[in-house]
Design a protein around this ligand. Sequence first.
Ligand code: PFF
Length: 443
Amino acid sequence: MTTDRGQWSSKLGFIFAAAGSAIGLGNIWRFPYIAGENGGAAFVFTYLVCVIAIGLPVMLAELALGRATQRNPVGAIEAVRPGSVWKFVGILGVLTGVAILSYYAVIAGWTIGYMISSALGKPIDFGAFVSNPVAMIFYQALFLLLTIAVVSGGVEGGIERWAKILMPMLLILLVILIIRSLTLDGAMRGLEFYLKPDFSKLNYNVIISALGQAFFSLSLGMGTMMTYGSYLKKEDNAVSSGFQVAIFDTLIAFMAGLLIFPALFAVGKDPAAGPGLVFQILPDIFKALPLGNLFGALFFLLLAVAALTSTISLLEVPVAYFVDEKRWTRKKAVWTVGIATFVVGIPSALSLGASPFFSGIQIGFLNKTGFLDIMDFIWGNFSLAFGALLLSIFVGWIWGADRALAELRQGAGDFSWQGEGWKWLIKIVCPVVIFVILLNLFI
Ligand code: PFF
């Protein structure tokens, strides 16, 4: 991607960038911990339903609007309905990008800390690490600086080339680790927790968490896929690309669960441990491997890269807005947004023990404790779902599902009955289901 309106050099360029955005901490950190908090398999099942019935249709809507208008989210909406209040949806996306990035960078920073500690063979005590204010802010700042460096330098050169090598490596390493995890004593109970649904555990919390996780993991609801779709060529097949991204993304999340839960039950830890879950269990898995430190360091390196291709896309949305709409230079936009994000993220960095106030702050009815957890719920869950609700109404009814479908059909062929099905999903199913789920939050 370049400062001026570039296009992906190839269809693979888009798929790698979009899959890079989708695959990240959401798959390997967030998916297992949210599944663990929400009873395991019943959540996993609900999640899959959300991805297929809601996530995929919204993904195609974002790609269609982005490619048709060739603009950032605010500009895209302005292009369809100039001067209307719908512009707010784009602005919300810009704000959500900053907010998610602010705490995402904190967790991404942990991966660097863990990578260094594995490489040095000095195990980290999770509790002591996350309650150390200097370490938390240092790694958060470091990760943001990495993101800023890449986004200001242009995406296509370095990062795409690295992602093409490192993401497949992540996949291979996951397979090796899963085999080790599944062969630990007592692993089967974990597998059962993860895959054998007990639908009596299904409740409102499970449903809203699954819906939010689907948007978070697929990078939907704030215009990321719209922005990436805007660099697609007309002859590219947006439909098959969207499907491929969703399939990769879901596969990696599913594999992360296969890695975490068997090991977790084997060592007798609590699946509902919250945001620290994955970081507390992974060292146990590496310990059970020959050359464990090496595997550990490599795994955290790959996880850091996966996180980086996601933070890039989170920063890219606000940056594209300031560059396109406010005529800022790319450099000014990247640094201003980057520094603002750092400041907004400080309370999150201090909320796992370093500051008693930010660690203890609570939203009772949501069952969330700590600033980071609350930010993750408000922005990573609610705001993305709300954005997706408005986007599906906008594409389905304001821009018009017929126009959107005509855009999708360019380069994708006719897919006639599926297209009709998609129109129905984006006009009726997505808005109604998301609305009902969000409404329940307030009752
Ligand atoms: N999808 C990313 C992940 O799973 O880690 C997080 C993310 C990136 C969410 C970009 C939203 C977004 F717009």
